[in-house]
Design a protein around this ligand. Sequence first.
Ligand code: AMP
Length: 379
Amino acid sequence: MSSVIPANIGVLGAGQLGRMLALSGYPLGNRFTFLDTTGSPSAGIGEVIVDPDNQHLAAFLDRVEVVTYEFEHLPVALVREIEQHKPVYPGSRAIEVCQNRVEEKALFDRLGIPTPAYRVVESADQLEAAARELGCPVVAKSVTEGYDGKGQAVLKQPEQAQEAWQSIGHSRLIVEAFVDFVREVSMIAVRGRDGQVVFYPMAENQHVDGILRYSVAPLPDLDERVQQTADGYIRALLDELDYVGVLALELFQTRDGSLLANEMAPRVHNSGHWTMDGAVTSQFENHLRAVQGLPLGSTEATAPTCMVNVIGREGDSAALLAIGNTHLHRYDKAERPGRKLAHVNVVAETHAELLDKVRACQALLPEAPPVAWSFESTL
Ligand code: AMP
């Protein structure tokens, strides 16, 4: 293999996303060193440096040629420091924006990407006023440290502001109008070091309590113009941030087909896991190709595919695999309520067949909620 391929990739974070990055990088000849700042790594692959007190950065940097990450809730100062020594893709600016909902919304506004109407508030009184102005229901979200629906509250009435403010417990919140969406969707796109951009087909995502449960792609009823609009939004973000790697953008689709951006993640994303078995090149491989300056692979979907998250408790693996064309990806983690333990990619020839198979899969998973796709009635 050519010497232009770095032998060792440094990954900030060491969870299941890092594990899957490594699994897709070994065929390219890569090796992986993870830097875990949380004290609880779960990648279970490659070399893991556990460094909650920032004592081993030099050892990490010594081992790696290029650095990427699978977890964005890291101190920006740490990423900046690493950038002084090794190339980091995507760069610290992307992390900085994605860690802060106010900066993220400001970037969407600047690039003309529509979002739900929102206000920034710094007290319970301001929260109440914003709820009155926007009209309830509204969603209040902490500006920093929020993910998987954490640090959020829905207010049905402005009078709930005091209670919501206390339950979130942050000094600065974003308050958004509650979107009456038809479906939640996401875009995964990849930008190479040379600025080339490729887009995966849009996926529909079903969340329960803020946690992703199912992602299905491609969408049989998707208007080509909607996909193009979404491609345009994510391309604007990628170019503005001079981004390298996979970027995920979550959006709401409303009744008239328009899209409102919710949030983005500067890394491979749970709603892109279907690409491991349903696209020509997975998001993980394409991310690694991008950070190494290699040509990007085709993002074309090969068949209707649904990713089913296994959360809290595992199912019977043998029974899941007995469903034709299903693929189980386990993360080697202990069962715990709300914890992502694995996912199952279900592949079928038609969306109707896919729905039947996903329902069979759901019946085998103790914590899986009922499947509800927006396009079910058209199948
Ligand atoms: P987030 O952490 O911002 O992705 O929010 C988690 C989930 O809460 C989303 O996937 C939606 O299901 C729901 N949600 C967040 N913001 C809104 C909103 N403005 N309107 C309706 N639902 C929302």
